[in-house]
Design a protein around this ligand. Structure first.
Ligand code: ZN
Length: 411
């Protein structure tokens, strides 16, 4: 079957590189589940028509999001971020949020909507994960359990009416049929309404050889160019765009219906210009990144080997986020390389990392010896992690994979 671009339906797709077959990176396993594990290809393509960078094959979303272990409320810095998002939405609305109707697409455990409830009582969430809807209910957040697409959106509007605000954080890049999602959002947005989306802004980091944001959940790696193309197609317009330091780097885009009279801020034009200059829309620049990415596993393994020789005990992984699972699988690190991984997410503890099957445990799993070497897999929470190590008076070495392979002494 001919591959089609998920953004514009054109068939002019060029392969950039492949990370191999990797199981869904959030599917942490019980030992008994290992035998049923399936890997899916992670190959990245570039669309020459709309410049959208995308995976060639999609894992059925039901497999990824129906029993989701990533809770919004699991990390303190994520809670802080969601508080900030709630304030941002409230401040953006000059007429105050009071009595406004707010919809969150991909509302997870209801954390963001529970903050927005301080501004308006009319909040509704939609999320496909059954297990999270129960958590949201505990927070008093009404949640529809479904994937938000054109059809489910139309049904929702029949019941709830249109919305003054729609928020979707890290949802659009995760949705294979994101055009259907956006069309649904266009239909659910009231005249004069606003929509805000956030997602990983990683085209530049991919250009720099940083591959760990590439996994099945991230079907699309948007540039502002490719987002802008898609928005025009579905009848939405970008009013403003910011690049923010969430989860590495993210875009935050403010949208309105295309019949809204407000003009786009200068930020849109500025960013489009910068992207052109950096080669983010140029397939040749992207192809060069593949060389760096191919060289990374040998560099990391050589460094781990060198550190292991100097250390009395086996190396421990720190954090088991999705991006860490990509690093582990692409570099084929296993229990010979990392004895176990420490992660605060209780739902991951006692399970094995997808693909390479390294056990995940809490901080109390075993006493940590002086001189311990750690591989920091959640390197985007670097400051938070170093603070935690210092609080625990741990002395040793931290190997940080990105943005550059780096050794940091702690304690
Ligand atoms: Zn396209």
């Amino acid at each position: 079957m001919m591959r089609k671009c998920g953004g514009c339906d054109h068939t002019d797709l060029q392969s950039l590189f492949s990370l191999g077959d990797i199981p869904p990176v959030n599917a942490f396993l019980l030992p008994s589940e290992v035998k049923n594990e399936i890997g899916y290809p992670l190959e990245l393509f570039f669309c020459k028509e709309c410049t959208l960078i995308q995976l060639g094959d999609c894992v059925p979303p039901e497999k990824l999001f129906s029993n989701y272990l990533h809770l919004s409320s699991a990390s303190e810095s994520n809670i802080q971020h969601l508080k900030e998002v709630a304030d941002w939405v409230a401040e953006r609305d000059s007429k105050k949020l009071q009595d406004k109707k707010v919809l969150e697409i991909g509302s997870n455990d209801g954390t963001l909507l529970s903050f927005l409830k301080n501004h308006t009582a009319n909040v509704v969430g939609m999320d496909p994960a059954q297990n999270l809807a129960a958590e949201a209910k505990k927070r008093g957040v009404r949640t529809y359990t479904d994937f938000f697409l054109q059809e489910s959106a139309a049904k929702l509007v029949k019941t709830e009416g249109q919305f003054d605000w729609i928020v979707a954080l890290n949802v659009v890049p995760h949705t294979p049929q994101f055009i259907s999602l956006l069309k649904g959002a266009r239909g659910a947005l009231a005249p004069g309404g606003r929509m805000m989306i956030e997602g990983a802004y990683v085209v530049e980091t991919i250009l720099n050889g940083q591959f760990d944001t590439i996994y099945h959940e991230h079907v699309y790696n948007f540039s502002i160019h490719s987002l802008n193309y898609a928005m025009k197609r579905v009848g939405l317009q970008i009013l403003d765009v910011e690049i923010i330091p969430t989860q590495g780097t993210s875009f935050r885009v403010l949208l309105a219906r295309d019949d809204d009279p407000e003009q786009a801020s200068g930020n849109l034009k500025k960013l489009l210009g910068e992207e052109k200059q950096k080669g983010m829309t140029d397939v040749k620049t992207l192809a060069k990144a593949a060389e760096k990415i191919k060289a990374f596993p040998d560099q990391l393994k050589a460094k781990l080997k060198e550190l292991r020789k100097k250390s009395a005990s086996p190396i421990i992984g720190l954090g088991a986020p999705a991006r860490g699972v990509v690093i582990l699988n692409y570099c084929k690190l296993n229990t010979d390389d990392l004895q176990y991984i420490i992660d605060d997410t209780v739902l991951k503890q006692g399970r094995l990392t997808p693909g390479v099957h390294i056990p995940v445990a809490g901080w109390d799993h075993a006493p940590i010896q002086p001189g311990q070497v750690f591989l920091l897999l959640s390197w985007n929470y670097r400051k938070e992690m170093i603070k935690k190590l210092n609080q625990r008076q741990i002395q040793g070495t931290l190997l940080i994979p990105f943005p550059h392979l780096e050794e940091v002494k702690i304690g």
